[in-house]
Design a protein around this ligand. Structure first.
Ligand SMILES: [Fe+2]
Length: 367
């Protein structure tokens, strides 16, 4: 076994109802919440707000959509003055990947409060001088992104033509606390449930064929993938079933922990243009590439083949068939053909030289 390290400096809490307890533990502190607008009206969010009670400085709704730099700058104009009311105030991000990604950015506050400074933050490998770092708590409302345990945020720059994906990816960018309460995932509708689970499933596979994989990440990813495969069909039939939601939340957290150490690979590299060009949900844009990535990964390494086999309990080629059948069973019938993608080979070649694509242990296969 090759030597490896593991660094995940985020305090984790997981469990049904744990969000309320986390809010209780914040009583007496000053808290600014940025929350996905769709969650705000939900009973879970209302309970959270009640628990925070007098601690709450402001509850700021984030509209549904991509985490863009423009959104970050707009939110900064309200979040930063609220945080500035108490130097010890806490920022709490409640939502899916977009909200958490923006929160990871906004918990840093420059003295002058000028949102233009956010660009500087993207480039700084150390926390810039004169910026305050507020304590950050992340509470995911979806079971998928894993953003609560990673050190990076995806931020889309929509001021460029075409829009471009940028990352805030720094060693000092981890949240302080991740509070994963499956009750919060009840706030997300069926389509988000599906796409989030597909994203988490994609994170698992991207770990298994990742050049930076390690035994701990692989163990977490295989277990998470198997759990998603087993649970998602039932969760879609019974969206209010708390056992299913708990399983999926735990699987997504495990997948997040696994890929926090490896990062993603080719399916994510290939997904970004689909998200922009077709306005596809991130999980769908990743999942549509998984069968091809699987085919490119299998048969090249005993270690990768063994992991892929463990996902379905079948040899990799049969597992590929089973995965496509499973996609159909859960109502995910999207294909590259449906999207009008004809330049697959060119896209794959470009993706293989992409920062994420270079993590991929696999190569183009004809046929
Ligand atoms: Fe993802």
């Amino acid at each position: 076994m090759k030597p490896y390290g593991w660094n995940l400096p985020v305090a984790l809490q997981f469990g049904l109802g744990i969000a309320e307890r986390a809010a209780q533990s914040l009583q007496g502190r000053r808290v600014v919440v940025v929350a996905y607008a769709g969650a705000t009206g939900h009973e879970c969010a209302a309970r959270l707000s009640r628990e925070l009670c007098d601690s709450l400085i402001d509850w700021i709704e984030v509209p549904n959509g991509l985490s863009t730099m423009a959104l970050g700058r707009t939110l900064a104009l309200r979040v930063w003055p609220a945080l500035a009311r108490d130097p010890q105030s806490v920022l709490l991000g409640l939502g899916g990947g977009s909200v958490m990604d923006v929160a990871k950015w906004l918990r840093f506050r420059p003295e002058d409060g000028d949102p233009k400074g956010l660009d500087l933050l993207l480039e700084s490998s150390i926390q810039p001088v004169g910026w305050r770092k507020h304590e950050l708590w992340l509470l995911p409302t979806t079971a998928g992104t894993g953003s609560e345990v990673t050190r990076w945020s995806t931020l889309w720059d929509t001021d460029t033509v075409p829009a471009s994906k940028r990352s805030f990816d720094q060693p000092y960018a981890y949240a302080d606390h991740a509070v994963v309460d499956p009750l919060l995932s009840l706030t997300c509708p069926q389509s988000v449930l599906l796409h989030s689970a597909l994203d988490a499933f994609g994170h698992c596979l991207e770990v298994l064929w990742n050049r930076h994989r390690n035994p701990t990440s692989v163990m977490l990813a295989v277990d998470s993938a198997r759990r998603i495969v087993r649970t998602l069909p039932e969760a879609l039939r019974q969206p209010q079933d708390l056992r299913c939601r708990t399983d999926l939340s735990h699987a997504a957290l495990q997948a997040g922990m696994a890929f926090s150490q490896t990062r993603t690979a080719i399916a994510h590299a290939l997904s970004y243009s689909l998200t922009l060009d077709h306005d596809l949900a991130h999980g769908a844009a990743v999942a549509v590439w998984l069968p091809l990535a699987w085919r490119m990964a299998m048969g090249r390494s005993v270690e990768v083949d063994t992991s892929l086999q463990a996902v379905w309990g079948l040899p990799p080629l049969a597992g590929l068939d089973r995965m496509q059948g499973w996609f159909h069973d859960i109502g995910f019938d999207l294909s590259l053909g449906h999207l009008g993608v004809t330049d697959v080979r060119q896209r794959v070649q470009a993706a293989l030289s992409h920062e994420r694509g270079r993590n991929f242990e696999g190569a183009w296969v004809d046929g």
